[in-house]
Each structure stands twice: as structure tokens, then as C-alpha cells.
Ligand binder design. Structure first.
Ligand code: GSN
Length: 222
């Protein structure tokens, strides 16, 4: 065993992508065991490795962790990206959950039927620019610090950058009215661990496309 966390998921973003981001931001190398077929999933199930018969599953520190949020909490706490006290942690949780809600909307875009895509894109743009981004722009404006919480780099920053890049894939000028978020994006993207993760052709999973959706349907019977 290498000692590196081992990630079990499909070779796409889905629920695992934020875990990849957080590990990468913490400077932790990891291995990936991709689930490509129904048989790959059945093998994990018959070996009894999936507590609720679901992935993501991450082998870390002798555990076989499932439940995305539990995995993220563990990684954030272990690598000191989860605030210095309970109040910072509460803020991080609120920001992360808000960002996760936005990401959830974005993630469903490729799954929309063609006739519903435009409407869904309008919803994503509206929620990003009228609900979520104004909150983070105001946080940065009010405290004039480099990071969202406690004047130090946390999971909230990692998660927001991931969401910003996803939102820009939907609409490239989506940050045009958010100057402080534009600067935030530049700053966080340049943190060495994140810069490395974002190098083209490296770790970040490709956007969800038709081929990936077909594979998901086949693997998970959906
Ligand atoms: O957040 C979590 O990790 C869980 N609450 C949900 C995990 C989940 O739904 N995993 C899916 C694949 S990823 N896509 O949504 C899964 O394993 N589905 C198979 C099943 O039988 O539920």
C-alpha cells in the first residue's frame, strides 16, 4: 500500500470532483480507481466495500469512507482547512453549502434535455449572479482580506474557486460584475497546490458530456 488516499468513482466530475479539489489544495497526492462499468461497481459491492452501496468511496487512513460530505469534512479538518474555531467552521459550512447548491444547479445542466437547456442555463446565470456571487463579493468587500474566512486559506476558498470555474464554463463573462471575485479567482488559482492541479491536461476532470452521461446510466442503472 502506497499510503496515498485511493479514490473510487467514475472518470468524471460528479460528486468526487470537490474531493479531488480539496485533496489537491491540501497538497495531498492520491490514486484513482475508476469505475468504468457496471461490473466494476458490482465488484466493489460484492467485496462489501460500500457502506450504503454508493460511491464516492475513499480509502484513507485505514478507513473506507463514503458520503461525500463526510469525506470532505474529514479532509478539511485533517489538513487544517476547516477554520481555527467553531465559529469559523460554521461560516465555512455556510459558504460551502451555498456554493454546493450553486454547483448542484450547474451539474444538472448537461443532464437537461435539449429543449430545456436554455432555460436551465438562464436559471444558473440568475442564481450565480443574483444570489450566490453577491454574497461572496460582499464578504470580500466588507473584510478586505484575501480569503473568505479568518484571513487564511480554507475549504470555503477552494470550493468557491471550483464553482467559479464551473460557472465560467457555462457563461464566460459571468464574473463581469464582481471585481473582487475576479481578483479572488486569480489569487486562489495561483496558490501553488491549486496552480499545479489546474495545469491543463492534469488532474481536473473533463466537463460532463454525452459519452460520460451514457456511461453513468449504464453503470448506475439510471
Ligand atoms: O453524498 C453522497 O455521497 C451520497 N449521499 C450519495 C451518493 C450517490 O448518490 N452516489 C451515486 C453515484 S454518484 N451520483 O450521484 C450512487 O452510488 N448511486 C448508486 C445507488 O445505488 O444509489
Amino acid at each position: 500500500m502506497s499510503g496515498k488516499p485511493k479514490l473510487h468513482y467514475t472518470n468524471g466530475r460528479g460528486r468526487m470532483e470537490s474531493i479531488r479539489w480539496l485533496l489537491a489544495a491540501a497538497g495531498v497526492e492520491f490514486e484513482e480507481q475508476f469505475i468504468e462499468t457496471k461490473e466494476d461497481l458490482e465488484k466493489l459491492l460484492s467485496d462489501g466495500l460500500l457502506l450504503f452501496q454508493q460511491v464516492p468511496m475513499v480509502e484513507i487512513d485505514g478507513m473506507k469512507m463514503v458520503q461525500t460530505r463526510a469525506i470532505l469534512n474529514y479532509v478539511a479538518a485533517k489538513y487544517n482547512l476547516y477554520g481555527k474555531d467553531l465559529k469559523e467552521r460554521a461560516l465555512i459550512d455556510m459558504y460551502v453549502e451555498g456554493t454546493t447548491d450553486l454547483m448542484g444547479l450547474i451539474m444538472y445542466l448537461p443532464f437537461q434535455p435539449p429543449e430545456a437547456k436554455e432555460k436551465h442555463l438562464a436559471l444558473v446565470t440568475d442564481k450565480a449572479t443574483a444570489r450566490y456571487f453577491p454574497v461572496y463579493e460582499k464578504v470580500l468587500k466588507d473584510h478586505r482580506q484575501d480569503y473568505l474566512v479568518g484571513n487564511h486559506f480554507t475549504w470555503a476558498d477552494v470550493h468557491l474557486l471550483e464553482a467559479i470555474l464551473m460557472a465560467e464554463e457555462c457563461k464566460s463573462d459571468i464574473l463581469s460584475k464582481f471585481p473582487l471575485l475576479q481578483a479572488f479567482k486569480g489569487r486562489i488559482s495561483n496558490i501553488p497546490t491549486i496552480k499545479k492541479f489546474l495545469q491543463p491536461g492534469k488532474a481536473v476532470a473533463a466537463p460532463t458530456d454525452e459519452k460520460y452521461i451514457a456511461q453513468l446510466k449504464q453503470t448506475f442503472n439510471i
